[in-house]
Design a protein around this ligand. Sequence first.
Ligand code: PLP
Length: 412
Amino acid sequence: MVDTFTQKCTRCGEGYPRRKMVGACQKCGGIIKISYDYSEVGKTLDKKKIRGRPFNLWRYSELLPLSSAENVITLGEGGTPLIRSERFASKLGLRNLYFKDEAMLPTGSLKDRCATVSISKAKEAAVKSVVISSSGNAAASMSAYSARAGIRCLVFVPSSAVPSKLLQVTTYGGKVIKVNGTTGNSVKLAADATRKFGWPNVSTAAVYNPYALEGQKTSAYEMVEQLDWKTPDWLVIPVGSGNNLAGHWAGFSDFDELGFTNRRPKIAAVQAAGCAPFTEAVEKGSKPSEVQAWENPETIAGGVRDEFPYDVELALPALRESKGVAVNVTDSEIIETMKGLGADEGIYSEPTGAVAAAGLKHLVASRTIDKDELIVVMVTGSGLKDPGSLSRHFPEPPVIDADINHATKYLA
Ligand SMILES: *Cc1c(COP(=O)(O)O)cnc(C)c1O
């Protein structure tokens, strides 16, 4: 926790004091970029020092936008496993495949990285209430961390949100309001609430909240460490808003700037075929300003059902700079992949959590990815988040009397 960062608008250059919690630029509405003085950071942070600290997200505190350690709100987040794939990989003919299992974070999804940084910043700025729009996971994360910080968390979700996720939010003390229509409507309401009441908008997109991305990037730091300071050849990642993609790119870039690594991965973005504005933008070669909202978004993967990729301004240039690609997957491919992750690897994923892994098949079939390349695939949310999603896809288990002869029939 050293004051190695600045908060500045990417559009007009307006700067903000370190202790202030900023959303979008108050002057022009531009995205706030948090930058680090790498030569200062390098004075206290090196590979050996990092390794000597507890394996959680705050071990990278010199690269996080907080002024004092006493404001950290933590549930032990970070340090998620990087699991080497055996059976799932060999079915695809891949030799160097890993899953970064973000389902292992405290509330069961990657959004805890966003929440620990955002809510710690809110504590530092003495904020009393925050507001968020979310399909459920970010709301659960923000509510949990807000509970620990004694901050009120108001949540707008699309009415299609999964009930089990809303129950999680409510249990953490978050106040849930369902909004009719698509994600865009709840996104609009959260922004309106910030304008009207002044509560910071902690939605996990840099256009509203620059701290979410600062949390996301730590997963990139972790995987580099877990690969013994090697950068993967490919990062395969699901895209909704694109915040997660942009965050990882920032993380790989930080480690390059610090001299811990000397290259960045190619990024494969994966979207659901029923809601794929980002893939379309990549394929068409669109500028961020030309990207259109998707009409009638429809997919089982609620966490990426964003009709508009809110962080397209950051995510699209990042993907292009990485020389990456974007592919789509169908709902039935997502379901097959959830089963495969479970039965082949012991990983229980929610539909959105399996989107990236589902994209692998396409990337291998098109020979975009080479079988010997080092690949990290993000698993972003736990199956426990949305336990009903597979119920129609497995047969009911048999019910028998307590007699081994009955059991034998089924065990053969
Ligand atoms: C939010 C979310 C994503 C998508 O991340 P973006 O930053 O919106 O692109 C992926 N998986 C899960 C489980 C999520 O909750």
